[in-house]
Write a protein that binds this ligand. Structure first.
Ligand SMILES: [Zn+2]
Length: 170
């Protein structure tokens, strides 16, 4: 299980100041629902790629539930669960604002289009009233634009909290 939290740092800052991050205290286990304080359980390394050129390896804080004995990974909100690239890179490359790779872009498009209806429903709940084009890709571009203007990381965190899955999940 992965949860997203706002660490108030860029990926670069996060790599340098990992020890200064104030982690949220989870009093309820997101896996089993038990009311028990989750315990620190070390960390692991993972990629966080903010551009095509920059490769960062970041540490991911891990918690442990004393009831169900499962671990919970605490992802900084600039990351998407199971994606090596940052959320910003993914959204900006879909919008054509930064360069990606052909295959990677195709993969990101497939994932986003798969989630587009759910994203739309969620944006409507967040009060997006805009009229949307019929065409799938044009519509998706509008949705991505709304995500970007509404605050990508906040959107991503709220979405994950609401649906228990990321907006780019399978
Ligand atoms: Zn648990």
């Amino acid at each position: 299980m992965q949860v997203l939290v706002d660490v108030h740092m860029s990926p670069q800052e996060y790599t340098q100041r990992f020890r200064e991050v104030e982690w949220p205290v989870l009093e309820t286990c997101p896996v089993c629902g038990a009311r028990a304080r989750l315990l620190g359980h070390g960390w692991y390394s993972r990629n966080a790629l903010p551009t095509r050129e920059v490769e960062l390896v970041v540490r991911i804080h891990r918690l442990f539930c004393p009831v169900c004995l499962r671990t919970v990974s605490v992802l900084p909100s600039f990351l998407l669960p199971f994606f090596q690239h940052t959320a910003r890179f993914v959204v900006k490359s879909l919008l054509g604002k930064v360069k990606s790779y052909r295959e990677l872009l195709r993969f990101h498009w497939r994932r986003f289009l798969k989630n587009a209806n759910r994203v739309l429903a969620f944006l409507r709940d967040l009060d997006m009233r805009e009229h949307l084009p019929e065409d799938g890709k044009e519509r998706a571009m509008k949705l991505l634009g709304s995500i970007e203007t509404s605050g990508l990381e906040m959107f991503s965190m709220l979405f994950q909290k609401h649906y228990h899955r990321g907006f780019m999940a399978i």
